[in-house]
Each structure stands twice: as structure tokens, then as C-alpha cells.
Design a binder for this molecule. Structure first.
Ligand code: GDP
Ligand code: GDP
Length: 475
């Protein structure tokens, strides 16, 4: 499936400039004269690790006669037809024009997801337009400057989110189709009381372990918590080292080594950057830093200072990690100078419980980066959670679990209508993602889904990793 993004907006807002930036080539013409782009353009766009097809609809402006409105309508209709995501661009320096409003209204009525971009946002002039943009009712505008290349990480967030959703939706429906075929057998075999033989899927995944490649770990945390100290300690320790090759790839800085016979790669860490370039400590850990680190990481170690654990900013990072489906390890550093260890641990546990209740069992390790204490424990924990994140559960076992669970705790019957849950299958790993066929997915209360999730996590021993559960319409 190629994810397709279409750019729409009135002339001169910067659509072609945006297109060029995303495609990385000077494919489209850019000019101060409105409507200079002659053809509709399509290109392969990339933004960090996202690859997608992009359509610049600016060309349509010329292709159709008639009023600006008529041209924009044609342009927009086409885009909406073909795209998985439409980016509506406005010019933040000019602000919202009546024609922008008109088309926002039109777009809001459709089914295609819309993202709003306030372009030309560099400098102060764009601020008013950015605020005005909210009035279009298309959600939070992405502040951007296509000309200066600002705002990529906000744009990335939005595109990634829509892509992930699209992929998840198609993955679970595809897998469901195959698994439903399996279940036809299951019904027959079930009559003979034989459930186990039905699992056809396991063999396919036997070699997963070998094919995984190095575990990619990111070390994140607020300034001064000890990230650089930790990283330096990890890579300077002889026993860990098989030849450190700190290299700068196109987007990320990484170091690879072997730990207990397993490959480990430390990716994109602000701390690594600082090794070569001494910066001052005013640097803030922004959401975009975390996102950047996450792109390359499978496991994220969130480093905290024992002196002030899980402040608001830490929790925001933790939540981002989980929302992005990565495995999280909480690393409480400076344990050597921590006075009231019990109180600190208690606080960590309480905060995780209240702020991330959906993920039970997030591992917490205490270390001293400075003294090199418990670093092995930390790495063992990282590899353990990685295994859970990669877990592949057999369909037969899952279905047995589901059957037993609904026997004991049947789903509620809102308005007297019984909701039937039939089959479950693991649609994906990393993170573990499950699809359940449900007779009335919209009516199933979220609390029951959470109950299923918690029970699944406990039964199959999957602590600390995000789980995904999709209800698919089925009889
Ligand atoms: P289109 O008609 O929507 O495709 O707009 P273009 O991409 O052709 O851009 C129209 C004009 O706006 C050109 O002069 C661009 O250089 C300028 N432009 C595009 N993006 C930005 C931006 O982020 N900031 C500023 N100041 N100008 C921009
Ligand atoms: P970063 O900004 O997260 O990379 O933090 P640094 O690695 O630069 O560490 C900030 C300060 O904390 C430095 O003065 C370190 O020496 C100190 N520090 C780091 N780890 C420890 C530790 O385990 N124990 C103690 N007592 N101090 C530490």
C-alpha cells in the first residue's frame, strides 16, 4: 500500500515549495506569480523515516478554466478521491481568506483525513495567521515554513500518525482474512475437541529471532540526568566493546556493539552529539527530540535523576514512547547519592500507575552511571523487554484464552443486545497487536477492551510493553 498525501490550497500559499521540499528535487516550478506550476505533480516524498507519494495539486489550477473557486473545487475533489491524507495549506502571513474558509468547510464534510498547515510561519508575521487557522475547524494547524524548512518534525508527527493508522487498519484486515480462513477449519476440528492442530501460523515466524538485527536503543531524558555519563560509561567499558564505531549516518548518530553475544545499537542520542560538540546545558528536551530518537529506536531508556523522578516532562516523554508503540525502560540514575531509596521507588511506581495505567509492569532499574553500577542489569532489562515486544503468540492459544475468558466474564449486553467476540489473532508484533472479531465493535465498551487487554497481558506474561487491540466487525 502506498500512502498518498495530497497538498491543496489556494494559489501562492506555498504548495509547490512544500512539494519540492518533501520530494527533495526541484521538480515543480516555483514563482511569485500565482498559478505558475503547469502540471499536476506527483513524487516520492520522504520525511525522516516516512516514505509516501505526494500529489501537488497546484497544477490543476491552470488545467481548468473558470473561476478560482471552480478550479479549486476540481483540484480538491481529485485530491480527496486519491489521497489517504489531504494537507490543506494556508498562508500564515496573509491569514485566513474567505476562500480558505469555503474549502475548509468542503473538506470537513468528507471522509478523507485532513491536516491543516499554516505555511510561511517563519518570524513573527505568521503568528496571527497561525492563530486564525484554528477557526477553520480542521484541528491544530501545523506551523511550517516550506521556504526555510522549519516545522518538519511537527509535520512528521502528523503524517506518521496517519500512516500508522492506515497501516494498522490494513494489516489487521489482511491478517484477519487469512485467520478467518483458518477458523473455518477450526470449527470442524473443534467438534472433535481438537483446538491445537489448527494453528498454521507459527512456523512462519520461527526464524524471527535471527532476522531481527541489532536491538536499537535510544537513551533519552531531561538535561543533567546523566545521559552522557551513562553513554560514555557503556561504550568505554572494555567488556562491552567490540570496536566502537561512532558514525554519523544521514539522519542519526549511532554506535553498535555486542553485549553477551547480542547486538546492540545506540541510536540518535543528544548525549552522543555532545561528545563531539560541547554545548551548554540550556538545551531543552523537546518533544521533537524524543520523536527523533524514537524513529530509530525499538527500546527507549528514559533516564531520570533520583533527585526528581517522573516530573511532568518525564511523564510526557514516557507517554510518547508508549503511544509510539515502543518498549520503555525507566532508568533511575544517581542512585549512589540517593538518600531515601524506598521513597523514590515508591514515587516512581505511584506515578507510573496513575499516569500510564494502561501499561502495567514497565520495568524500572536503578543505576549509577558515574560509578558504573548496575549497568549490566539495565542492559539485561532492555533485552528482556525487547523479547516481550517481539513476542508472537500462537492463534490456538489465544483463542482458547478468549473462549475461557468470555465464558467467565461475558461482554456486556447493552440494550439487551449480546455482543459476540469470536476469534482473536495476533496481527503484528513490535508492539504486540491483536485483532478480535466482534459482532458489534462500536457497542463494546472501552472498559471491556481494557479488561481484555489487562487479562491478556497477565495471562501471556507481557509486562511493560504497549499492546494494541483492534475490534473487527464479524458475526
Ligand atoms: P503555490 O502556488 O501554492 O504552489 O505556491 P508556491 O510554492 O509557488 O509559493 C508561492 C510563493 O510563496 C513563492 O514566492 C515562494 O517562494 C513563497 N513561499 C513558499 N513558502 C514560503 C515560506 O515558508 N515562507 C515565505 N516567506 N515564503 C514562502
Ligand atoms: P546529561 O545532560 O543527561 O547528559 O547529563 P550528564 O551526563 O552531563 O550528567 C550531569 C551531571 O550529573 C554531571 O555532573 C555528572 O557527573 C553527574 N552524574 C551523572 N551520573 C551520575 C551518577 O550516577 N551519580 C552521580 N552522583 N552523579 C552523576
Amino acid at each position: 500500500m502506498t500512502f498518498t498525501v495530497a497538498i491543496v490550497g489556494r494559489p501562492n500559499v506555498g504548495k509547490s515549495t512544500l512539494f519540492n521540499r518533501l520530494v527533495g528535487k526541484r521538480l515543480a516550478l516555483v514563482d511569485d506569480q500565482p498559478g505558475v506550476t503547469r502540471d499536476r505533480r506527483e513524487g516520492d516524498a520522504y520525511l525522516f523515516d516516512c516514505r509516501f507519494k505526494i500529489i501537488d495539486t497546484a497544477g490543476l489550477e491552470e488545467a481548468f478554466d473558470g473561476s478560482l473557486e471552480a478550479r479549486m473545487r476540481r483540484q480538491t475533489e481529485r485530491a480527496v478521491e486519491e489521497a489517504d491524507l489531504v494537507i490543506m495549506v494556508i498562508d500564515a502571513r496573509v491569514g485566513v481568506m474567505p476562500i480558505d474558509e469555503h474549502f475548509a468547510k468542503y473538506l470537513r464534510r468528507g471522509k478523507t483525513p485532513i491536516a491543516l498547515m499554516a505555511n510561511k510561519c517563519e518570524g513573527k508575521v505568521g503568528e496571527v495567521g497561525l492563530l486564525e487557522a484554528y477557526s477553520l475547524g480542521l484541528g491544530e494547524p501545523i506551523p511550517f515554513s516550506a521556504e526555510h524548512g522549519l516545522g518538519s518534525s511537527d509535520l512528521y508527527d502528523v503524517i506518521k500518525e496517519h500512516m500508522t493508522r492506515a497501516v494498522e487498519a490494513s494489516a489487521s484486515s489482511e491478517i484477519f482474512e487469512t485467520s478467518e480462513a483458518n477458523h473455518e477449519n477450526e470449527v470442524e476440528l473443534d467438534d472433535q475437541g481438537d483446538f491445537d492442530d489448527v494453528d498454521l501460523s507459527e512456523d512462519d515466524f520461527e526464524d524471527d529471532e535471527d532476522n531481527r538485527g541489532p536491538l536499537q536503543l535510544a537513551i533519552v531524558g531531561r538535561p543533567n540526568v546523566g545521559k552522557s555519563t551513562l553513554i560514555n560509561k557503556l561504550i568505554d567499558e572494555d567488556r562491552l566493546l567490540t570496536g566502537p564505531e561512532a558514525g554519523i549516518t544521514r539522519d542519526a548518530i549511532s554506535i553498535e556493539w555486542e553485549y553477551r553475544g547480542k547486538h546492540l545499537k545506540l541510536v540518535d542520542t543528544a548525549g552522543l552529539r555532545r561528545r563531539s560538540k560541547i554545548e551548554d546545558k540550556v538545551e531543552k528536551l523537546s518533544a521533537s527530540d524524543t520523536i527523533r530518537a524514537l524513529k530509530y529506536a525499538q527500546v527507549v531508556a528514559l533516564v531520570l535523576d533520583a533527585d526528581g523522578v517522573l516530573e511532568k516532562q518525564d511523564l510526557t516523554i514516557a507517554r510518547t514512547v508508549i503511544d509510539e508503540g515502543r518498549a520503555l525502560v525507566i532508568v533511575v540514575n544517581k542512585w549512589d547519592t540517593c538518600k531515601d531509596k524506598d521513597a523514590v521507588m515508591q514515587r516512581v511506581k505511584d506515578r507510573l500507575q496513575t499516569s500510564l495505567p494502561q501499561v502495567k509492569g514497565i520495568p524500572v532499574v536503578t543505576i549509577s552511571a558515574l560509578k558504573g553500577h548496575k549497568l549490566n542489569k539495565m542492559l539485561d532489562t532492555v533485552f528482556d523487554i525487547y523479547d516481550v515486544w517481539n513476542i508472537r503468540l500462537p492463534t490456538a492459544g489465544l483463542n482458547r484464552w478468549l473462549a475461557e475468558l468470555i465464558e467467565r466474564h461475558p461482554p456486556p449486553a447493552p440494550g439487551g443486545r449480546r455482543i459476540k467476540l469470536k476469534y482473536i489473532t495476533q496481527a503484528r508484533t513490535r508492539p504486540p497487536t491483536f485483532a478480535i472479531s466482534c459482532s458489534l465493535p462500536e457497542d463494546l465498551p472501552a472498559s471491556y477492551t481494557r479488561f481484555l487487554e489487562n487479562n491478556l497481558r497477565e495471562t501471556f506474561d507481557m509486562p511493560g510493553v504497549p499492546l494494541r487491540m483492534h475490534m473487527k466487525k464479524g458475526d
